[in-house]
Each structure stands twice: as C-alpha cells, then as structure tokens.
Design a protein around this ligand. Structure first.
Ligand code: KIV
Ligand code: ZN
Length: 387
C-alpha cells in the first residue's frame, strides 16, 4: 500500500520569530531558509510580508533563492496584507499565500468586533483576492481550538468555494487535549474530504503541541505546522524535530505515513536556529537538547555500552549528531564507563592503576558536575601506560 505524505509546514521564520527575543535579520533568515530547504520541509512560511519593510524584503529574497520548498507569506484577511504577501513571494518557484481570520466567539466578539456573517465575507474576499496572485492558498480559522465546529464547516465551505486549497485549524492558545484535537480533525477532514487538505497548527501552552499534532495525523490531518526547537509565541509551537522523529521512530503506529524530511539535517538546523536567535533549547529538550543522548548514571552507561538500544530509542546519527561518545562522566558514572572513556582517549591502565584513577575521578566528580576529557587526561597522567 502506498504511503501518504504528511506535509511539513515550517513556521520558524514567522511564528518562531514571534518568540520574545528571537528576531532575525534578513541575512540570517536567508541562511535559515536555505537550511530548511536542505532539511526537506515542504512549505517555508518565510514571514508576514505586511508586518514591516524588513519582513517583506526577507520574504522576497527567500522567494528568489529557495527552489525545492514552497515559499509562503502570512496575510490577515485584508487586501493590503494579501497584496503585500502576493508581491513578496511573486518570484518563488512554488508559492503560497496563507490568510487567516479568527473564528472563535471570543475573538469575533471582542477582537474583531464582527458578526460571523461578516467574518465569512472577509475570509472569502481574502481568499478570492489571494487567488489572483497564486494558485495555492491556505486559509486558517484562527483559534479553531475554541471555535464552533458548525461555524468552521460553514466558513470552510465558503473559502474552499472561493479557492482555498488548505484549511488550517490552529489551536492558537494551546488549550486543547489530544483526544479533542483528534475529534475536531476527524470531523473536519471527513467534512471537507477531497476538497482541501486539513492542516493543524498547535501551540504548546499546556505542553501538548506535539501530542496534539500526532493525534491530528491519525485523524486525517495531512499537513502539520511546526517550528524548529519549538520556538513560537508564548510557550511556542509544536516542535518539528519531535513530530518528525515520533513519526519515524514509531513507524509501527504511523506505518501509512512518510514525511519528506531528511532527519540527518535536524541537528544542524537546530544548532543554526539556536546560534542565530541565541535561544538554546532546554538541556533536556527531546531530540535536540544537550542531554538528549547523554547517559550519566552508571547503570545506564553500563547498559548503553553493552547494547545501545537498552537506553536509546534514536540513534544520534539519525538526526545528524555525530557523537563519538555520548557518555557524560559525572559522579554517578560507573567503572565501566570510566574505563571506556579512557580507552577512547587512548589510555590503557592496569587494574590497580585503573582503580586508583577511578577513586580520584570520584573525588573530582563530587566537586565538579561534569568531567571533561581534559580532566580525565590530567587524572590519569601519573597512572597511565599510553596505548
Ligand atoms: O496560532 C495561530 O493561530 C497562528 C495563525 C496565524 C495561523 O499563528
Ligand atoms: Zn501560531
């Protein structure tokens, strides 16, 4: 049976840039877009063209350079935004306009101060106008997570009729639980079946962005919006690397699906984003955190030395992390890990010398959280026989 492709829509350059402190200049954005293309993302949301001349300029330059990914600009459902988006991406080989308007009662009443009928009219106008620039138009029901499903069906009918090819259902405030997202996506994908692709865009306010995205895939979403390192408004967006690796590692569950992501580019992409934005993923962040492949306890180190898969479900090489040694030595490390580290550093110690060195290592580890290679070298200098 042929597999279905889950499109990966990366919004690091747009929603990701909305992380406090994550603004990037044009050169940096171009560099990131080139890396996202290498990573294999299907759609790069390069920015929000109407937001500023700088955003417009960056999107326009990205559109001229990227060849293998679709380049997309966000636009509110107003003519000026759609026009700016259309012009900024005009030179792209593959291009998309992503327009949105809020559909939840709270947003329509207090933010937009518009009646549902007016919201539908604005959405239809935006999509029709976007279609004068591009064939590929995405429409988002902002705050879908808190919207009435009957209203989303009504507005989807109208925008599909007007030419939208993707209907995105953002959980804008990260409020929904996986089973709720699953039910919403199932009902919406059965409703629009064959007329548009259903997409999700999950925020992480309850730490559920990735779980919600995976549940959406199982229930019919064929596009997932996400960011590198989970950057994004407030608590961020669903992390691309976690979604992609979950789909890959658990291909027993997701056997019908593939992505176009070259997972070996995940780690280099994560590092590029961290270096450019200055925002480091938390050390224990899944997949790309500094400790994601570090084994500190003696029992774990011993297990990994005997068979990697005792404590590793992903090979670091699969995400492009080339580690000669993922063992971090610290006070919980055992003799086996210490001996292994010595041999990797080119030292062989006889039993007695090894015991003495190990004792001194434990004393040092009590003072220092992590022991680096130079510490080990200094430690064994007096005991060693160079291999
Ligand atoms: O979170 C959100 O609703 C958005 C939309 C603009 C897609 O970022
Ligand atoms: Zn968002």
């Amino acid at each position: 049976m042929s597999k279905e492709t889950i499109k990966i829509f990366d919004t690091t350059l747009r929603d990701g840039e909305q992380s406090p402190g994550a603004s990037m200049n044009t050169e940096e954005k171009i560099q990131i877009a080139a890396q996202l293309e290498r990573l294999g993302v299907d759609i790069i949301e390069a920015g929000f063209a109407a937001a500023s001349p700088g955003d417009f300029d960056a999107i326009e330059k990205i559109a001229q350079r990227v060849e293998k990914s679709t380049v997309c600009s966000l636009a509110r459902a107003v003519d000026a935004d759609v026009k700016a988006a259309g012009e900024a991406i005009a030179k792209a080989k593959m291009k998309r306009i992503h327009t949105f308007i809020a559909t939840s009662p709270i947003h329509m009443e207090y933010k937009l101060k518009m009646k549902p009928d007016e919201v539908i009219k604005r959405a239809v106008r935006a999509v029709e106008y976007a279609r004068t620039f591009v064939e590929d138009v995405e429409f988002s029901c902002e705050d879908a997570g808190r919207s009435d499903i009957s209203f989303m069906k009504e507005i989807s009918d109208a925008v599909i009729e007007a030419g939208a090819t993707t209907i995105n259902l953002p959980d804008t405030v990260g409020f929904r639980l996986p089973f709720e997202i699953g039910a919403m996506v199932k009902e919406m994908s059965e409703y629009v079946r064959g007329r548009a692709i259903i997409s999700v865009h999950n925020h992480n306010d309850l730490g559920l962005g990735v779980a919600n995205s995976l549940e959406a895939v199982v229930n019919g979403a064929r596009q997932v919006e996400c960011t590198i390192n989970g950057l994004g408004e407030r608590a961020g967006n669903a992390a691309l690397e976690e979604i992609v690796m979950a789909l890959k590692v658990r291909n027993d569950v997701f056997s019908n699906f593939v992505t176009n992501i070259n997972t070996k580019e995940i780690y280099p992409t994560s590092r590029l984003i961290a270096n450019i934005t200055g925002i480091e993923p938390q050390p224990n962040k899944a997949i790309v955190g500094k400790n994601a492949f570090a084994h500190e306890s003696g029992i774990h180190q011993d297990g990994v030395l005997k068979h990697k898969e005792t404590y590793e479900i992903i090979s670091p090489k699969d995400i492009g992390l080339d580690l000669n040694d993922t063992l971090v030595l610290g006070k919980h490390s055992g003799r086996a890990a210490f001996k292994d580290k010595l041999s990797k550093l080119g030292f062989t110690l006889e039993d007695e010398a090894l015991n003495r060195a190990f004792e001194r290592f434990k004393i040092l580890a009590d003072r220092k959280k992590e022991i680096c290679d130079d510490d080990i070298r200094a430690l064994v200098t007096n005991e060693m026989t160079k291999a």
